[in-house]
Design a protein around this ligand. Structure first.
Ligand code: CMC
Length: 421
């Protein structure tokens, strides 16, 4: 705490402490009701810090994102997804020995109980992969030795980091009619993203090879997704952690929150929107006008963000990755061209300009997934794979700090006390 501010309520001065973080200052209102009977009202928690965290930081005005203090663009250039995951989980980048230990443990924990395969086969074909993944994340805990003592707790992180990608790959394989593995694929302990792609795309009796540019692009894209401070899914994970829900059910809740179309589900919605616009003749101005029309529920998917009031730095990097990948793979992608056209016109439009609405991470990520061969309804599952280390780090942070349980107040607007006549 660095100072005090005075709040005047009907002439009575109440002293409210200030809480100072590395960059932000906040007014501590935790004792406000106790002292004044007033609570605060902040729909959508737009201006409320409900916790302290040292994992990531967004400077929305400058369009900057830091993971443990490091700028995202520097991490994407210099570190792999797995190194950055280690950073997020442990606070510092790993040395060679730590990285080897961390990566080896992830490959070691990949094996799933064979009953999982049977359960997966019983899900209806049409069920969304995010629903299947969240169900399985909860189910996984049933097959894990329930020794959750603190020495064993770290093992649970590895179970998740290893098994969720495997589950994602199985969900994809089932969709595509590819066989499940008789023998586990041979993995390179030092290349998480190579392993991930191999689990998705390898077929029996054929040597597996993959373009290194695809590995690199996906690795960078996953890195961009690792953490994003108190977004809806991360906050969900923290809320569950605060009531001491186990790690698996907390992450399950995070997956379900991410599935929402205004959150991680936007990556699927963006490509669906672009396909509709393309089919409609590609008239971007018409669709921009639709998004501006308050009577029309349509929004430009992949545009806007609660915190960024400037470019989302992740979106700029994702756009470069998408352009480079499409160029180098020699793909002609009308969706990428349309996305760029839509962005160009939206950014010039005073509606978007005045409201400071810019493309977000989800605007270009789907184009990369599509180029890699990942189907639309798996896009948000890929987001989960990227965000998983961040969620675990937040769960761990709450557990170690023993935050009070997350339990907001409300302004009750229902009927007054009444009785059954
Ligand atoms: N298209 C048209 N208008 C928009 C858009 C958009 N994409 N985004 C915001 N606005 C308008 C909104 O109508 C409102 O206008 P007014 O003040 O006149 O009522 C104003 O901008 C503020 O919007 P808001 O919904 O109050 O802002 P928010 O901070 O609550 O919402 C958002 C942020 C991401 C939900 C919103 O921008 C949106 O719905 N975007 C489309 C969905 C999307 O791309 N989501 C992915 C978010 S980034 C990845 C992630 O973290 O999940």
């Amino acid at each position: 705490m660095c100072s005090i501010i005075n709040l005047d309520i009907d002439g009575c001065i109440h002293k409210l402490p200030l809480v100072c973080g590395t960059f932000d200052k906040a007014i501590d209102i935790s004792k406000l009701r106790e002292n004044t009977r007033f609570i605060t009202f902040d729909p959508g928690l737009k201006n409320t810090a409900f916790t302290k965290s040292s994992i990531s930081f967004i400077n929305g005005e400058n369009g900057e994102l830091l993971y443990r203090g490091y700028p995202i663009d520097e991490l994407v250039k210099k570190c792999s997804f797995i190194e950055t995951s280690y950073l997020i989980l442990n606070g510092e980048l790993p040395n060679k020995k730590q990285l080897k230990f961390f990566s080896k443990k992830i490959t070691k924990y990949i094996v799933l109980n064979k009953e999982i395969y049977g359960i997966l086969n019983r899900f209806p074909e049409s069920y969304h992969p995010m629903g299947i993944l969240s169900s399985f994340t909860n189910i996984l805990f049933a097959f894990i030795n329930d020794d959750t003592s603190s020495e064993k707790e770290e093992d649970l992180y590895f179970h998740l980091l290893a098994k969720i990608p495997m589950l994602a790959a199985l969900i994809y394989r089932k969709k595509k009619g590819l066989p499940f593995f008789k023998d586990y694929p041979t993995l390179k302990y030092n290349n998480y993203t190579y392993n991930l792609l191999k689990m998705f795309f390898s077929v029996p009796d054929r040597p597996y090879s993959i373009n290194s540019l695809i590995i690199d692009s996906l690795d960078k894209l996953l890195t961009l997704h690792i953490d994003h401070e108190q977004n809806c899914s991360t906050t969900t994970v923290r809320l569950l952690a605060s009531v001491r829900s186990n790690l698996f059910s907390s992450i399950t809740a995070g997956i379900n929150a991410l599935w929402g179309k205004l959150h991680g589900g936007a990556n699927q919605a963006v490509i669906e929107m672009l396909e509709i616009i393309l089919k409609d003749g590609g008239n971007v101005k018409k669709w921009i006008n639709k998004a501006k029309n308050k009577k029309d529920p349509f929004r430009l998917m992949g545009f806007g963000h609660r915190i960024y009031k400037n470019f989302d730095p992740r979106s700029k990097i994702a756009k470069c990755l998408a352009e480079y990948l499409i160029l180098k793979l020699n793909i002609s992608d009308p969706i990428l061209e349309l996305a760029k056209e839509l962005e160009k016109h939206a950014l010039k439009d005073s509606y978007f300009f005045d409201k400071k609405i810019y493309p977000n991470i989800d605007f270009y990520s789907g184009i990369i997934y599509q180029a890699i061969g990942i189907p639309k309804d798996m896009f948000t599952v890929m987001f989960v794979l990227g965000r998983l280390p961040g969620w675990i780090a937040h769960w761990k942070e709450i557990k170690n700090n023993i935050d009070p349980i997350g339990r907001p107040r409300q302004i009750y607007i229902g009927s007054k006390k009444r009785y059954i006549s």
